[in-house]
Ligand binder design. Structure first.
Ligand code: HEC
Ligand code: HEC
Length: 217
């Protein structure tokens, strides 16, 4: 009995995995290059050993609170690292670590993680509340559709527009923490404080729904 159930469960995951793989066809080298920066890939890979223990060898982290960096925009990664260096964004570990690398290393490492396959979610986050906010926002509370900046499935607005980070396929707990931090003002490093404004009206339940939906993409 257990064996049969087990097979059904395994079959189910195989189907999900298959759908997820076919939904995201491999990106071409030209497309990947558009999100990369000027840094040196070989040095970047070597220097990123400093980061791999937490962010994973290829930028896919195993810890829900540590963001995936794989396929993130190089310029966004670099901006965040500089923000950690100056104190515009703070986090106990990252603020200290960012100060241990120089600007050339910062560019190289950003480029290395950007060159990796774009982060992908578990394919299970079909949260209707999160989906509606992501696609439509809520005009009555001046919340714009997240998709208008973060792009289709949260994979970025366009391969060459680096201002809006990839959030689709990011870890759920990390997303939730960032949305809570945007709402409280604990994180305030987005241009014109835009993310603080958008997150301000969100309820805890909506943040949970958004994190659930986005992490599945
Ligand atoms: C000890 C674990 C640890 C190590 C080592 C580490 N990080 Fe992090 N990193 C984190 C955590 C945790 C966060 C989430 C910070 C937050 O919640 O604001 C983070 C966040 C980041 C972010 C922000 C990502 C985003 O989506 O906004 C970047 C970029 C980053 N790290 C790059 C690096 C680089 C580059 C290195 C190596 C030089 C590195 N990290 C080493 C734990 C680590
Ligand atoms: C007008 C454009 C815009 C809209 C609309 C928008 N965002 Fe953002 N978002 C940004 C920008 C720009 C950043 C990068 C901030 C920075 O530079 O650190 C960001 C960052 C984020 C981050 C942090 C990502 C990370 O890796 O740390 C999350 C999470 C996020 N947005 C979620 C949302 C959600 C959910 C919505 C919809 C309710 C939304 N955003 C709507 C522009 C937008």
């Amino acid at each position: 009995m257990f064996r049969i159930q087990n097979n059904i469960v395994t079959g189910f995951f195989a189907v999900v995995l298959l759908t997820a793989t076919t939904a995201y066809a491999a990106e071409s080298v030209d497309v990947i290059k558009l999100r990369m920066g000027a840094g040196n890939l070989v040095t970047g890979k070597n220097k990123s050993e400093l980061c791999q223990g937490c962010h994973g060898e290829k930028g896919v982290s195993l810890d829900e609170m540590v963001p995936n960096l794989s396929g993130q925009y190089a310029r966004y990664i670099a901006k965040e690292l500089r923000n950690f260096q100056t104190g515009a964004r703070t986090h106990q570990i990252m603020s200290a670590l960012a100060k241990t690398i120089n600007d050339a290393e910062l560019m190289d490492i950003s480029n290395y993680f950007a060159s990796q396959k774009k982060m992908q979610g578990n394919g299970l986050g079909d949260n209707p509340v999160g989906k509606k906010l992501f696609l439509k926002g809520d005009a009555s509370r001046k919340i714009p559709a997240c998709e208008s900046c973060h792009g289709v499935n949260g994979k970025g607005r366009a391969p060459n527009i680096s201002n809006f980070p990839v959030i689709g396929g990011q870890h759920k707990e990390y997303l939730r923490a960032q949305l809570v931090n945007w709402r409280s003002g604990e994180r305030s490093n987005s241009p014109d404080g835009m993310m603080n404004k958008f997150a301000h009206p969100l309820t805890d339940a909506e943040i949970e729904a958004l994190a659930d939906y986005l992490s599945g993409l």
